[in-house]
Design a protein around this ligand. Sequence first.
Ligand code: PRP
Ligand code: MG
Length: 212
Amino acid sequence: MSNLRIAVQKSGRLNEDSMKILKDIGISIDNGKDQLKAAARDFPVEVFYLRNGDIPQYLKDGVVDAAIIGENVLIEKGDDIQFIERLGFSKCKVSIAVPKESSANSLKDLAGKRIATSYPETVKKFLNGQNINAQLHKINGSVEIAPNIGLADGICDIVSSGSTLFKNGLKEIEVLLKSEAVLAVSPLINQERKAILEKIQFRIQSVLKGRN
Ligand code: PRP
Ligand code: MG
């Protein structure tokens, strides 16, 4: 019988809760931290530890069958990648923020201005949807510093506790979307592995019910 290949974030905010939910549904993995792939002990599952941003492409290509990933990453990179379950952790917003002294109150007010973001496709979608033109600058991390160093007039990034915005003298002016961790599935998954995934999904549903 073939194993279901499931991707989780290698390191970062989703990693710990992803491993916890796998453990809670009875999938235990001995992994030396620098192992990129590990087999579960008593379930036909292999876990792949990957970079967040790479996971949608692996799903698309069928290199992995399923993944625990932030919905926001799927929206940014996933096109037609579907998810079958919301997992209730890693809740966050993807928001537009500006320096607290700025007069901008919404995305519209950034027309003709520069926006720094790690989520250019998401921002583009909202700009196009409202017929707004703005200059996008893609930055991979520490986005909130961009207005302070004169690189941008506003930013779009993840807001969780709000502490990074606060520390950088920024205020949230518009929430583009709300996100949480989800169980995503490859469009190329085969029947045999789909049956394993359905078992996992069923166990996850029971665990989530117990958590509420
Ligand atoms: C993430 C995200 C925000 C911040 C939001 O950054 O990009 O900057 O966390 O969380 P908060 O609202 O609780 O402050 P991270 O610390 O992961 O670093 P990076 O942007 O450099 O990858
Ligand atoms: Mg950040």
